[in-house]
Design a protein around this ligand. Sequence first.
Ligand SMILES: *Cc1c(COP(=O)(O)O)cnc(C)c1O
Length: 431
Amino acid sequence: MMYYSTNGKAPKADLRKAVIKGLAEDRGLYMPEKIGRLPGEFFRGMGERSFVDNAFAVADAYFGEDVPAPVLRRIVEETLSFDCPLREVEPGIYSLELFHGPTLAFKDVGARFMARLLRHFTAGEGEINVLVATSGDTGSAVANGFLGIDGIRVFVLYPKGKVSPIQECQFTTLGRNITALEIDGVFDDCQALVKAAFMDEELNRRMKLTSANSINVARFLPQSFYYFWAYARLQRLDKAENVVCSVPSGNFGNICSALFGKRMGLPIRRFIAANNANSVFYEFLQTGSYRPRPSVQTIANAMDVGDPSNFARIWDLYGKDVDAIRADISGATYSDAEIAETVRECYARTGYLLDPHGACGYRALKEGLRPGETGFFCETAHPAKFKDTVERIIGAPVAIPPALAAFMKGKKQSVPLPRAFPSFKEFLLSS
Ligand SMILES: *Cc1c(COP(=O)(O)O)cnc(C)c1O
């Protein structure tokens, strides 16, 4: 299958190229040329199949022409080595818990899949180097997704003193093929270093460089697996009529993969995109015009995005038709005070502890659900990942799950570097 660019000015790419390049030459995002509709009998039987079996059918529809079935099957199995359970928070409202992977957030799914697909496409070609700049969550998902993958080295660049200790330990304690670089600067400096590396001719001649950006098709499309799984679970519960799905959204990759699922035939009636105070998409739905602006900082900081990259994909998927988008997606936006109130209220009333991101999804669903509908929201991270914030909100300690405690016991290994490019380049060439 070929992939075209949302900007329409770059040549089409095959899957291999789309995965290795990430972004098209015209800076557009790659879109699969066709989205295969799965047959009615597939959906009727979903409740009887396992997570992996359902996900493999989805993966096969996208990647089956380009990856041999046994390889693809193994990639799906290795990616989904943890469950994404659906828990009832209160009648009619379910939490799709996407935080049971190694770094306790949904980005694990895409990162694990991409690592293995990249490995498949570059096996036997010599070492490949993944450069990733992070302000926290992306670095940990990518580092853990690629941990121990043969022939691939990962360099995570993060701003010194600007990443929480919980996030930092998730990518600085791994060792093996993962190197953490502590940059004396801010996140933008890290990103500038990665960009400069991709532009540097000598570096690219001497090393194979790639990125593991969240817009990469291999990170983005596999996220649709768990929407099919949520639906399968609801089918088993006999709750699969009039399903509504609410997704806490920042860069809009997660919800976009769900919309691709709907295009494949997944019978989810409608979607809610839940924003924090960064409400560019919400306003787009109200006004019909898309006006990006700088992000503002919130307590749901993985959603602090002022110009969501995947807007381009949604715009393209719906043929640039605002009303078509509105027919499938509604919006919501919440201030920090509202997020905190939601975490506190839900915990006090139901005993279910939300993280600040999931709280946006939960609240949007609770406010938007109509009679006769069943809803689920994505709980995108474990509340312990935002321990300080959540403890302050509920006024009680939050237990650290064993996986996170293990990271926190690990020894920090990172290489301090200035933010000037020459030292970064030298480090890469000598490592
Ligand atoms: C990345 C992230 C989000 C936002 O997901 P997008 O795909 O960027 O919309 C929401 N919650 C958490 C915890 C995240 O890490």
